[in-house]
Design a protein around this ligand. Structure first.
Ligand code: FE2
Length: 293
């Protein structure tokens, strides 16, 4: 039995399907993994005093540095152009774990006004990086590694504490420790690799949570949707979410890839977030104001 359709119409359909599949393959393998989307958003901070200057926060996640290629150099240029006040990398720095020089060169090319912060992700632990060369490379690159710890910065709008949770997938997270030096009146940004940690924030006074891990699904098929979403992260594929007890969650689609070098209908992203004092347009009642009791 021949696999080639007998009618001309069906043969044309087959050829069209083959061309579409070839185009999709080229897109997924060669184009999209390197085609960074800059996603810009504005997040209002009712607790910061009115008139405080905007802060530009660049959120990178799942950078999965295997080498310094076109995508990585383009990412450095995008971050540079954003002139960030803060840079946060929410885990999964490596892919394979044997490229310390490339990771150091990449991270050390990222510069911000107030500081660069990073937490570990599951791939970092699976590749043994935190127990080997990882901390030294991160430190040399000028990043502050947060492993269930926090660091405060002061800017004209007040004090911001960046609290970093160690990787939850491999069981290294300790929220109590991460939050132990955060004061109630601080603007608190919690950085964690996986977004599902928002289900256990308890009553900690956290304003923003930054996470990644999902890769946005990495491959999304029409009508089917994302092919792979890590366990427990399905609710938070990408973007902004309101989460209890009153925090805002931002999930990045990530810059790199893992397992397979593909992205389809799911471009890598660099998120440029403007943190702005005050209420979102249309809302009036402030939650609290820094410095007021
Ligand atoms: Fe990842």
């Amino acid at each position: 039995m021949s696999l080639i359709p007998r009618t001309r119409g069906k043969r044309l359909l087959l050829v069209a399907a083959a061309i579409m599949a070839a185009c999709a393959g080229v897109d997924a393998l060669l184009i999209e993994p390197n085609w960074i989307e800059v996603v810009r958003s504005v997040e209002y901070l009712p607790m910061v005093r009115p008139g405080a200057p905007d802060l530009t926060l660049v959120h990178l996640s799942d950078i999965h540095i295997g080498s310094l290629g076109y995508r990585e150099r383009r990412a450095i240029q995008i971050v540079d152009d954003a002139r960030p006040d803060l840079i946060v990398v929410s885990g999964d720095l490596v892919r394979g774990g044997d490229h310390p020089r490339d990771l150091q060169e990449f991270l050390s090319s990222l510069r911000s006004r107030y500081g660069n912060f990073v937490v570990w992700g599951n791939h970092d632990y699976w590749d043994g990086v935190p127990g080997a060369w990882g901390p030294e490379v991160v430190r040399r690159a000028g990043f502050t590694l947060l492993t269930n710890s926090s660091r405060a910065i002061t800017y004209p709008g007040g004090r911001i504490v960046i609290a970093g949770l160690d990787d939850p997938v491999t069981g290294h997270d300790n929220l109590r420790l991460a939050m132990s030096r955060v004061l109630r009146q601080d603007l608190c940004i919690l950085v964690a690799h996986t977004p599902d940690i928002v289900s256990s924030l308890g009553n900690w006074d956290i304003d923003l949570v930054l996470a990644g891990h999902t890769h946005g699904g990495q491959v999304r098929l029409p009508l089917v949707g994302p092919l792979y979403i890590p366990y427990a992260s399905r609710e938070y594929l990408e973007g902004w979410f309101n989460v209890p007890p009153g925090a805002r969650l931002h999930v990045s689609r990530g810059l790199g890839w893992s397992w397979l070098p593909v992205r389809f209908l799911c471009r890598p992203t660099i998120d440029v977030i403007t943190l702005r004092a005050g209420q979102p347009p249309g809302q009036r009642v402030p939650k609290s104001i820094i410095g007021q009791s």
